[in-house]
Write a protein that binds this ligand. Structure first.
Ligand code: PBG
Length: 334
């Protein structure tokens, strides 16, 4: 009994549904599962190589042999989807980004190695020119500095085919060129890759939260920014336009990126699209939470799960996150 006696005559007491852990479990509307996660990994040439990424503590670039060990760890944690992103030596970059479709390149070799050892792991490859392009842009750059659309799509299609041949389960165009989904679908189909799926980065914003990722790959644009192809963070309706086009052109899954500051867009896309929606909790979102946890200002485990729950609640069916392994461990111990 308490010392206080004031009493309201209330019919509705929403707190009743929160009165115990078990009741909270029963009424919970959203659940997070290790099955929701896609784990992005940074890869590099070499043997037994692993390099830290200063702006992403806990994340490394690694050679394929070390990647295979990490995939084994992922599988043991229940994380069964990975997305490799390549760090390419400067000597292999040029203004045509031709290394992007080299059948002996880093990405196809990594895909083949992972699929050989772990056939059930789903491998999702990035289709965009920035890691291979000496200009650091996702598309080809003309001599006047324009990011060329149609000419880029031709290269993206070669890149997607190269990944499909290596065994990629999904090719994931993150370049934001117009019309690329339709071309990739028809070129994959005519080459016999009808079962290679397309995850379209449909609503990808021109975000400053990609900074640490560009540090990881050394892929920042040499000049200008990405605003003529990535979306303006001010726009919401335009995301639906992009999503509608990608669905019409044959996307299997559409993505919203970044995630945490774009929850309204995730919700809107999830209500609108009849196909699954992915969200990418990007490198800057990771870096922010890790930095605040390292200073002791935030409780890392709790904010990791809360940030992912927020993204799931907003409507994402799956989440690309650098916290995939941490979250898997946290969910196991629950
Ligand atoms: C490349 C690409 C980027 C990211 C995923 N694919 C960077 C960019 O568009 O500049 C960002 C991912 C992250 O920040 O974690 N097209």
């Amino acid at each position: 009994m308490s010392d206080f006696s004031y009493s309201l005559d209330l019919v509705h007491r929403p707190r009743r549904n929160r009165k115990s852990e078990t009741v909270r479990d029963l009424v919970r509307e959203t659940s997070l599962s290790v099955k929701d996660f896609v784990y992005p990994v940074f890869i590099m040439e070499g043997n037994c190589k692993e390099e830290k990424i200063p702006s992403m503590p806990g994340i490394t670039r690694k050679s394929i042999d070390i990647l295979l060990k990490e995939v084994e760890e992922c599988v043991s944690l229940g994380v069964k989807a990975i997305a490799p992103f390549p760090s390419i030596e400067n000597a292999k970059k040029d203004s045509t980004a031709r290394e992007s479709y080299n059948p002996d390149g880093l990405v196809p070799r990594a895909v083949a190695a992972v699929k050989k050892k772990f056939p059930d792991v789903v491998v999702m490859t990035d289709v965009a020119l920035d890691p291979f392009n000496s200009d650091g842009h996702d598309g080809l750059v003309s001599n006047t500095g324009e990011i060329l659309n149609d000419e880029t799509v031709e290269v993206l299609s070669k890149m997607a085919l190269c990944h499909a041949k290596a065994g990629a389960d999904f090719v994931c165009p993150s370049d934001m060129m117009d019309g690329r989904i339709g071309v990739l679908r028809s070129d994959l189909d005519s080459a016999g890759f009808k079962n290679t799926s397309i995850m379209a980065y449909s609503a990808k914003y021109a975000s400053a939260f990609y900074g640490p990722f560009r540090d990881a790959l050394g892929s920042a644009p040499k000049a200008g920014d990405k605003k003529t192809y990535q979306m303006d963070p001010a726009n919401r309706r335009e995301a639906l336009y992009e999503v509608a086009l990608d669905i019409e052109e044959g996307a299997d899954i559409v993505m919203v990126k970044p995630a945490g500051y774009y929850l309204d867009v995730i919700r809107e896309v999830a209500d609108f699209a009849e196909i699954p929606v992915a969200a990418y909790q990007v490198s800057g979102e990771y870096a922010m939470l890790v930095a605040a946890a390292e200073t002791g200002w935030l409780d890392r485990d709790k904010v990791v799960l809360e940030s992912l729950m927020g993204i799931k609640r907003a409507g994402a069916k799956m989440i690309w996150t650098y916290f995939a392994k941490d979250a898997a461990r946290l969910l196991q111990s629950k």
